[in-house]
Structure formats: structure tokens, C-alpha cells
Design a protein around this ligand. Sequence first.
Ligand code: FEO
Length: 183
Amino acid sequence: MKTNRLSEKLTTVLNTQVTGEAQASQLYLSYGAWASSQGYTGIAKFLFRHAEEERNHMTMILEYILKRGAKVSIAAIPAPPKHPAGISDCFEKIFEHEVSNTKSIYSVVKLSLDEEDWATWNFMQWFVKEQVEEESFAMNLMDKIKIAGGEKASHNELYSLDRDMENRHIDEKSAIEVTAANP
Ligand code: FEO
């Protein structure tokens, strides 16, 4: 008896999204290590915390695939991009990454809609909402560095920004509460 409740196409795009979230986690880890090496310990902590959140996203999707009786395929993760040129470039690249991830999430939602797979459509709505938070926070980061003077920001301004970031989460509420076991 067939118990797999996901189509082949949806299984493929969901597995691709698992890899995408793992890749996002590596990107935040890489940027966090770079920020720490530049002396931005607050920004580094923020980026490391977010790397963990991306891992949670990955696990949430992986568990969903399994719950629907389909097969998880763990693929190789592409290497993260080169180190950013500075804090301003770092925040811009984070924003670009989140916009690209939103597109990827939307393609899963679109397919679930086309296939009338309402369980998957419903599951993906959490990610749609999450991407609004993540894009919004990334925009906020770019505003902060712009106000601080962009690449020409003074040491004092960068120091304040770094301290401000130490305890921040991209999505203050869900980042603290969400785990793979408790999405
Ligand atoms: Fe899992 Fe930054 O999106």
C-alpha cells in the first residue's frame, strides 16, 4: 500500500529547500566567523545565533518530508560566498540572500497550490511569514549601517552598532521560541 503523501515534484523541491536552509546556515556561520575576526563580537554572536535558526528551518522541513511518508535526500552544501568587503556589504549580502530564499519558498508554495496539496501549502505558510520577518530585519540592518555612515561609519558608530546587535534576533519572538520540535 502506498503511504507516501507527497508528489515526486514536491519531494524534490522540499529536499532542495532542506539544502537551501543548510546552505543559509553555513552562510551565517561564515559571515559570523568573518565578523568575529574583524572584532565585531556582537554582530558575530547575532550571526551565529541566526545560523542555528537556519538549522532549525532545515530540520522543520526534513521532519515534514518524513511525516508525509516521503524520502529525505541529503545533498552536498555549496560553499558559502567569499567574505564580505565590510559590514555594509555583509548586511547587503544577507538581504540579497533572504530575498533569494523567499523566492525559493514561494516556488514550493506555488507548486503545492498547483497540486492542491493543502497540507504542504499550510505547512509552508509559516515560512512565508518568517521570510517577511527576515527580509524586514535585513532591511533594518541596512538602514542602521546607512545611518551610521555606510562604509565610512566611524569607529564609535560601529562600536555602538556592534553592541546593539549582541542580543538581537532577526525575528525576536519566533527566533527564541521556535525549534524544530516546537515550530
Ligand atoms: Fe530560513 Fe533566512 O530563512
